[in-house]
Design a protein around this ligand. Structure first.
Ligand SMILES: [Zn+2]
Length: 106
C-alpha cells in the first residue's frame, strides 16, 4: 500500500515596508508571505508550487513577487528541508533498488 497525498504550508516572512494599500485606502504595513504546496509519498515530500506575495497585513491583498528575487534576499529558505529535498531520498531509494535488482541477476 502506498500512502500518498498533498498538503501545503505558509510562512510570514516579516514586515518589509509601510505603504498605501489600495484596498484599505490607508497606510498599512506590507509583509512578504509565502504559500507553498507539496505532494508526498509516505514521508517523502517535494514542492509542487510556491508563491511569494507582498501583501497588506490587514486585508491580505497584494502583488505576486518573483520567487528567485525574494529567495536571493532571504537568509534561509522558509520551506522545511524535508519538504524541499524529500524527493531526493525517493530517487536514491529507487536507484539503490535498481542496482540491487541488477546485482541479483549476475
Ligand atoms: Zn489592505
Amino acid at each position: 500500500m502506498i500512502i500518498w497525498g498533498s498538503g501545503g504550508g505558509g510562512a510570514d516572512l516579516g514586515q518589509v515596508e509601510i505603504r498605501e494599500c489600495p484596498t484599505c485606502e490607508k497606510e498599512r504595513s506590507f509583509k512578504i508571505f509565502l504559500r507553498y504546496k507539496y505532494a508526498h509519498v509516505y514521508y517523502l515530500r517535494w514542492v509542487t508550487e510556491k508563491k511569494y506575495h507582498l501583501a497588506c497585513d490587514v486585508c491580505l491583498r497584494g502583488v505576486e513577487l518573483d520567487s528567485n528575487e525574494v529567495e536571493a534576499k532571504l537568509e534561509e529558505n522558509p520551506i522545511p528541508f524535508m519538504t524541499r529535498f524529500g524527493w531526493t531520498f525517493l530517487v536514491g531509494l529507487i536507484a539503490i533498488g535498481f542496482i540491487a535488482a541488477n546485482l541479483g541477476k549476475q
